[in-house]
Every structure is written in structure tokens, then in C-alpha cells.
Write a protein that binds this ligand. Structure first.
Ligand SMILES: Cc1cc2nc3c(=O)[nH]c(=O)nc-3n(C[C@H](O)[C@H](O)[C@H](O)COP(=O)(O)OP(=O)(O)OC[C@H]3O[C@@H](n4cnc5c(N)ncnc54)[C@H](O)[C@@H]3O)c2cc1C
Length: 473
């Protein structure tokens, strides 16, 4: 069975394939997913010249493989933030998510976007005894903030709650609508990979695969920033992968749900399709991607009694302190990342925050999402995270699930021989931070177990943070 997502993307405009040798713009947005497009939306009437580039085609990244729940009921995030920080931080994050949901609905209404928006209640539940108290705590916090929370009882679960004012939509139809509302107010260039940023006076100089772009403001909306400094994102985050299956079913339901236990079950419906996410795993070089895919498909069949028509994998960046990183990291350089698998709301709020910082110099969420923050949790988790990467790095040196290895002049190469007998030879070192790549037998890709970069059989970048190919021999 071919792996593919349920969301179909329309072909981009040919107009986006233009080339250039060098260009100047006021604001450059790097990345055309929901983060880049939302930011472009909030800047479109600023009177500034805005350019957006994408290494591939717009909205073909993580957003094209999301499950697109638009909700503020995000597991047990609020009690977690209260414990890690305090009640004010938890409430502020709650406000940001509520504001993002209203903003999405407003954009859809004002721009007449047909994206199959449905208002459906959100449920969190637990299958374990120790989840009962956590569900109760989340309920109490939400009630304190005026949310109408109902208990959900079902003999299959230990505890559950439900809230209203949450939505599902078709993510690509939404972005197509946002894009057409922006119209010709921004310049878009596809197949344009950014790989280096430097400063020259008050200008940023971005080197791309087509040529240099100078801009006074640059927004990194490419999911994982491709530079280490000044954001230090690899030290403050980690990557999680999730497998998603979808199939047409008889009794489509009117809710979305996610459990709070370590074994993920995420459910939403799209028309008469059930979309089910499971098998969430932190990246390590020990993952056997083929087995993970097989397990997710067999879980789907066992739980819902139907074969999966669509199966796909997606990965998102998780922040060590559970809050995204959104804002300015250096004069005129902004990032928006680590949405903890809640990117519909967080990308939308990113667009608002960054537009507000650029246009007025301030935002009410500036300190909540401050991308330069370094607190005890981040510091502690950064140290733990560094050990994790060292372990993964060491494991990947000895990992033997690759098709085959050859060592040439002391350098490790991976060799894959396809059905036609063609040899594909790549260097097994990720150009991002030099982790050893492992072979993903299911998708025939070379994947970085440290920071999630992915390469095709010939070494071309599929997914960053890496920005260069892995040398072919
Ligand atoms: C399985 C799964 C399910 C999810 N479900 C939900 C959900 O139900 N609800 C929810 O709120 N969130 C969900 N999320 C999270 C959400 O999908 C993501 O957080 C969000 O889509 C990220 O959007 P983005 O625009 O930041 O990244 P992307 O969509 O990846 O966009 C980044 C763009 O930048 C481009 N790019 C990358 N590098 C470069 C470069 N160097 N130069 C130029 N361009 C570059 C890419 O080609 C891409 O188009 C889910 C995540 C996963 C993994």
C-alpha cells in the first residue's frame, strides 16, 4: 500500500516558479506552511514589500500532513504549565489559544474560505487509573476560567471531559483560501531553499538556492530553524513522530478526542472518514520505521475494524518547557517554532505576534513565547537533551538496519540498490549537526535520528533543518 495523506493539494501557481539572482525586500518570510502564510496574512496590509520563499512548494511541509484539530483542549497542558511556571502562565497560554481559534474563524468568515470548517466538541480522556486525577485537575482549571466542561463517561475509558467552541477543518483548503486572500500583496518564490543568514548593517542577507535576498526583517517560518545561533533550538527542543491512518467508516461522529496517556490515541472525523493518530515516539536511532508503520495500520484495523485507506507519518517539534518559541531572536530576525503538535492555533498566534512586533514593536504574548528565554526547566532539559543526542548519536554509529554500509577513505556511506539494480550511494552524515543517518525502510529515505532531517535515496533534502544534500559518491 502506498503511503499518502488524506489532504489533497492543488497544484501551485506557475507564477511562483520564477527565478532571480538577487533581490531586496522589506520583509522576508522563509517557509510557506501555516506559520508563514498566517504571518503573511497579518502583514499583507502593512504597506511593506513582503516576499515569501519555500524550499519546495507552499504548504507541502508538516501542515500538509497534520490532523488539523483547532482546539484549546490540548491534553493536560494547563496543569503542566501551572506546575512548571505558575497559574498566570497557564492562563495566558489558554488566552492565546482561544484568541487563535477566534482569529481562524474570523479569517475564514471574512475571506469566505470554504475549508469544511466544523464546530465539534473536543474530548480528552484517559485509559489509565492514574489519569483520573489529571483529568479532574484540567477540568477544575478550565472551569475556573469560565469554560463549560462536561464529563464524558464510556465503559472503555477511566475518565474524560468535553468542551465546546473547538473546530476541525481541511488544512490545505484553509491555506489555499488564506493565500488567495493575500493575492498579489506578497511575492512568492517556490523551490527556493534558504541556507545561510548574515547581517550587514541593519540588513539581513539570506543566501538561497536561487540567489541572495536582502531584507530588514526576516521571519523563520520553516518549521525547524536551519541555524543554531542565535536561537539554540536543538538544545531546547526534541522531535516526535506520529503515524496517522484514515478510512471511510459507516458511523462518522461529531467530536474529536485525544488521550493523555503515554500511548497516544488521537481521533477526528472528516466527512465520512475517521482519522486516527497513534504510535507517537521521540526520535531515536532505534526506531524501526517499517515496524512502526505496520503497527499503526494493524492497531487501526484492530480498533476500528477497517483497513486503512490512507497512512502517513508526520513529525513536530516539542519544546522542553511546553511553550512554543515565537518572537525576535536578534534585531529584525524572528522565529516561530516548537508548537508541541498544536500548530493550527500556535502558528496563527505566531502570525499575529510577529506582525504586531514588526508593526508596533510589542505584543501581549511577547514574554510568554519569548524565544530567547532560558529557565531552569529548559536548562535542565537541555542538559538531559544533550545526553539524549549523544546517546542517539552513539547508537546511530552502530545501527545495522541500513541496507548496507561501505567505508571509503574512513568515511561511512550508505548503499541502496533499487529494484532496477541502480545503486544509490550517500554519505551517512547529516549536514545539520553531523549525526549519523539511519535508513527508513518503509519510505526509502535516510533520516536523522537527532533533529529529524530527512533525505531521499539520492541524498536530496526532503525535510530540514538540514539545507544541503548528502554527498553522493
Ligand atoms: C501527526 C501530527 C498531527 C498534528 N495534528 C495537529 C492538530 O490536529 N492540530 C494542531 O493544531 N496541530 C497539529 N499538528 C502540528 C501542526 O501540524 C504543525 O505544528 C504545523 O503544521 C507546523 O506548521 P509550520 O508552518 O510551522 O511548518 P510547515 O508546514 O512544515 O511549513 C514550513 C515550510 O518551510 C519550508 N522550508 C523548510 N526549510 C526551508 C528552508 N531552509 N528554506 C525555505 N523553505 C523551507 C518547508 O518546505 C515548508 O513548506 C500535528 C503534527 C503532527 C506531526
Amino acid at each position: 500500500m502506498e503511503n499518502k495523506t488524506i489532504w489533497e493539494k492543488k497544484k501551485s501557481s506557475d507564477h511562483f516558479c520564477r527565478s532571480f539572482k538577487s533581490l531586496h525586500t522589506d520583509i522576508l518570510i522563509i517557509g510557506g506552511g501555516i506559520t508563514g502564510l498566517s504571518t503573511a496574512y497579518y502583514l499583507k496590509d502593512s504597506g511593506k514589500r513582503i516576499t515569501l520563499i519555500d524550499k519546495g512548494s507552499v504548504f507541502s511541509g508538516v501542515t500538509s500532513k497534520t490532523t488539523a484539530k483547532v482546539t484549546y483542549l490540548q491534553g493536560i497542558i494547563y496543569q503542566t504549565l501551572e506546575k512548571k511556571f505558575n497559574l498566570n502562565v497557564a492562563k495566558k497560554y489558554f488566552d492565546s489559544q482561544k484568541e487563535a481559534i477566534s482569529s481562524i474563524c474570523k479569517i475564514i468568515k471574512e475571506c469566505h474560505i470554504s475549508c469544511d470548517l466544523c464546530e465539534v466538541p473536543s474530548v480528552i480522556f484517559s485509559l489509565e487509573d492514574n489519569g483520573i486525577v489529571k483529568i479532574e485537575n484540567e477540568k477544575e482549571l478550565l472551569k475556573r476560567w469560565g469554560v463549560l466542561v462536561e464529563d464524558v463517561s464510556d465503559q472503555r475509558i477511566k475518565a474524560g471531559i468535553k468542551v465546546q467552541d473547538t473546530y476541525t477543518f481541511h488544512p490545505l483548503k484553509y491555506l489555499e483560501g488564506v493565500l488567495s486572500s493575500i493575492g498579489k500583496k506578497i511575492d512568492i518564490y517556490e523551490d527556493t531553499m534558504a541556507y545561510h543568514i548574515s547581517s550587514c548593517g541593519h540588513q539581513h542577507v539570506v543566501e538561497t538556492s536561487k540567489g541572495k535576498i536582502t531584507a530588514s526583517q526576516v521571519i523563520i517560518a520553516c518549521h525547524y530553524p536551519f541555524f543554531l545561533y542565535p536561537s539554540l533550538i536543538p538544545l531546547k527542543t526534541y522531535i516526535k513522530r506520529e503515524y496517522v491512518n484514515a478510512s471511510q467508516i459507516q458511523d462518522s461522529q461529531n467530536y474529536m478526542a485525544i488521550n493523555i496517556d503515554s500511548n497516544l490515541h488521537s481521533i477526528r472525523y472528516y466527512q465520512d472518514y475517521l482519522i486516527y493518530g497513534s504510535n507517537m515516539q521521540r526520535l531515536t536511532s532505534k526506531i524501526d520505521y517499517q515496524k512502526s508503520y505496520q503497527k499503526s495500520r494493524s492497531d487501526f484495523k484492530r480498533l476500528f475494524g477497517v483497513e486503512a485507506e490512507y497512512t502517513w507519518m508526520n513529525q513536530d517539534i516539542m519544546s522542553n518547557d511546553f511553550l512554543p518559541f515565537i518572537g525576535e531572536v536578534r534585531d529584525g530576525l524572528y522565529i516561530a517554532t516548537a508548537f508541541n503538535a498544536w500548530g493550527m492555533t500556535n502558528a496563527t498566534i505566531s502570525g499575529k505576534v510577529i506582525a504586531s512586533l514588526i508593526l508596533s514593536g510589542k505584543s501581549s504574548y511577547q514574554s510568554l513565547f519569548n524565544p530567547k528565554r532560558m529557565n531552569l526547566f529548559l536548562l535542565f532539559d537541555s542538559v538531559l537533551g544533550s545526553f539524549h543526542y549523544l546517546k542517539v548519536y552513539a547508537q546511530s554509529l552502530w545501527k545495522k538496519n541500513n541496507p548496507s554500509y561501505v567505508k571509503i577513505e574512513g568515511i561511512l556511506y550508505g548503499v541502496y540498490i533499487d529494484r532496477e539494480g541502480k545503486r544509490h550511494i550517500v554519505k551517512l552524515l547529516c549536514p545539520h549537526m553531523k549525526c549519523n543517518l539511519v535508513f527508513n525502510r518503509e519510505e526509502k529515505t535516510w533520516d536523522c535520528p537527532c533533529h529529524g532531517s530527512r533525505f531521499d535515496l539520492d541524498g536530496n533534502v526532503i525535510e530540514g533543518p538540514a539545507t544541503s544534500t548528502i554527498t553522493k559518491k
